[in-house]
Design a protein around this ligand. Structure first.
Ligand SMILES: C[C@@](CO)(OP(=O)(O)O)[C@H](O)COP(=O)(O)OP(=O)(O)OC[C@H]1O[C@@H](n2ccc(N)nc2=O)[C@H](O)[C@@H]1O
Ligand SMILES: Nc1ncnc2c1ncn2[C@@H]1O[C@H](COP(=O)(O)OP(=O)(O)O)[C@@H](O)[C@H]1O
Length: 289
C-alpha cells in the first residue's frame, strides 16, 4: 500500500482543542485528578483517511516516530471498535499529522475519536454516541469531548460534559519545542489541587486559569519564555498540561499581525475557536449527501 491514501478513501479531520481554563479541584483515590475545564475546538487538524478491508486487519500506513503501531491511539481505537461491535471488517488508515505532539491540544485523543466515528460510519456498526464516548474514555480522558464534538464544560476527569455556547474568537497558538509529559505534571508535588469548584460555569468563559501552568513554567524554560513573549501582546495561557500557549483575538488579521512578530525559533499557528468540531461538521455534510 502506498504512503498516500487512494482518492476514494474517506477523509476526515481530527481537530485540536484548547483548554480555555483548567482548574484542578481534587485528587481521586486512584491518583487521577478531578478537574473543571472548558474545551473549545480549533479549526486546525490532523487528516485521517480510511478504506475498509475485508480481511479484518487494521493497518496504519503512516507510522509516527517513537510510537509503535500497536500503541498508536488510531490502531487502538480501531481495535476497540472491532472488539466491541463484533465487526469482521478491517481498515487501511493514513494519518497526515499536522498537530504538534505532547502539546496539550489533544492530537492523539482527537485521532482516536475520528477513528471511532470514521470506522463506525464506514463499517456501519451504528453505535450510539454514548457508547462511542464510553469506548473513547477507555483510550484517554480527552477522547469523549472529541467524540461528542461540541464545546463543553467538563468535570470529573474530563468525561462529564455539558455542552456550552461560547464566542468563537481567533487564537494564536505558540508551540514551544518541548515535549511535556502529562503524567509528570500531575505527579509534581507543587501542583495545586484545591481550586474551589465553581458552580456558575458561564461566568468563566474568558476567565479562569490553568493550575498546571506554574508547574510547567517551572520545569520548562521554553514554555516560560513563550508565555513572556506572548504576554507582551495579549493575555496568554497554557492549554492542558502544555506545551502550547495561546491568546485570543477578535479577528484573524489581528492574530496574524502578532504572529508575524514572534521569533522564528517559536513556531505558531492561527486558528479559529469553534463550538462544533470540524469532524462533526464534515460528518453532518456527508450525512446530507
Ligand atoms: C489534563 C488534560 C486536559 O485536557 O491534559 P492534556 O493531555 O490535554 O494536556 C487531559 O485531561 C489529560 O488527558 P489525557 O492526555 O488523555 O490523559 P490520560 O492519557 O488519560 O492520562 C495520562 C496520565 O495523566 C494523569 N492524569 C490524567 C488525567 C487526569 N484527570 N488526572 C491525572 O492524574 C495520570 O497520571 C495518567 O496516567
Ligand atoms: N495518533 C497519535 N497521535 C499523537 N500521539 C499519539 C498517537 N498515538 C499515540 N500517541 C502518544 O500520545 C502522546 C500524547 O499525544 P498528544 O495527544 O499529541 O498530546 P497531548 O495529550 O499533550 O495533546 C504522544 O507523545 C504519543 O506517545
Amino acid at each position: 500500500m502506498p504512503h498516500t491514501p487512494p482518492g476514494d478513501a474517506l477523509q476526515l479531520p481530527a481537530p485540536a482543542k484548547l483548554n480555555l481554563f483548567l482548574h484542578i479541584t481534587g485528587r481521586r483515590a486512584d491518583g487521577y485528578h478531578e478537574l473543571q475545564t472548558l474545551f473549545q475546538f480549533l479549526d486546525h487538524a490532523d487528516q485521517l483517511s480510511f478504506i475498509p478491508r475485508q480481511d479484518g486487519k487494521i493497518q496504519l500506513h503512516t507510522p509516527i516516530d517513537g510510537v509503535d503501531h500497536e500503541s498508536n491511539l488510531i490502531v487502538r481505537a480501531a481495535r476497540l471498535l472491532q472488539a466491541h461491535s463484533g465487526c469482521r471488517l478491517g481498515a487501511d488508515i493514513w494519518l497526515d499529522k499536522q498537530l504538534p505532539m505532547g502539546g496539550g491540544i489533544g492530537g492523539g485523543s482527537s485521532d482516536a475519536a475520528t477513528t471511532l466515528l470514521g470506522l463506525d460510519h464506514l463499517w456501519q456498526t451504528r453505535l450510539d454516541e454514548d457508547t462511542l464516548a464510553e469506548l473513547g474514555l477507555r483510550l484517554g480522558a480527552d477522547v469523549p469531548v472529541f467524540v461528542r464534538g461540541h464545546a463543553a464544560f467538563a468535570e470529573g476527569v474530563g468525561e462529564r460534559l455539558q455542552p456550552v455556547q461560547l464566542s468563537e474568537p481567533w487564537f494564536l497558538v505558540a508551540v514551544p519545542q518541548v515535549f511535556v509529559s502529562t503524567a509528570e505534571v500531575f505527579n509534581d508535588p507543587e501542583l495545586t489541587r484545591n481550586t474551589p469548584a465553581i458552580k456558575v460555569r458561564s461566568l468563566l468563559a474568558g476567565g479562569g486559569h490553568n493550575d498546571c501552568q506554574p508547574v510547567v513554567e517551572k520545569r520548562y524554560a521554553e514554555v516560560r519564555n513563550a508565555l513572556i513573549l506572548l504576554n507582551k501582546f495579549v493575555p496568554a495561557k497554557l492549554t492542558g498540561t502544555g506545551s502550547c500557549v495561546f491568546g485570543s483575538f477578535p479577528s484573524r488579521d489581528e492574530a496574524d499581525k502578532v504572529r508575524r512578530q514572534l521569533p522564528a525559533t517559536l513556531p505558531s499557528f492561527v486558528a479559529q475557536g469553534r463550538n462544533i468540531s470540524m469532524l462533526h461538521r464534515k460528518l453532518q455534510a456527508l450525512a446530507k449527501k
